[in-house]
Design a protein around this ligand. Structure first.
Ligand SMILES: [Zn+2]
Length: 94
């Protein structure tokens, strides 16, 4: 999925998945008592996962935190997922 995206090209897709999985687990696990995860812990897991992704998915060339930038400007998501160059410094990762 998104093999040509700059996130894949820079081998950071796993960080995105960590964030997505934490967000899903933190949101759904508290619904099931047997997981032992209550809403407080679920919220912490979700926020930690999201924070991890926002803080650590960054451009190896210029260091811009892409997903933090995307928080401020949602128009960045498209280029991040479709193009293989950094939207900030335009360094290509092909
Ligand atoms: Zn860059």
């Amino acid at each position: 999925m998104f093999r040509n995206s700059v996130i894949s090209k820079t081998r950071q897709m796993w960080k995105l998945w960590v964030g997505i999985i934490a967000l899903v687990v933190g949101s759904i696990a508290p619904l099931f008592e047997q997981t032992g995860i209550d809403w407080t812990l679920g919220t912490i897991i979700a926020i930690a996962g999201y924070g991890f992704t926002v803080a650590f998915v960054s451009c190896p060339a210029c260091g811009q935190r892409w997903l933090f930038k995307a928080l401020l400007d949602a128009g960045i998501y498209g280029p991040l997922l479709r193009e293989s160059a950094c939207p900030a410094c335009e360094h290509g990762f092909d």
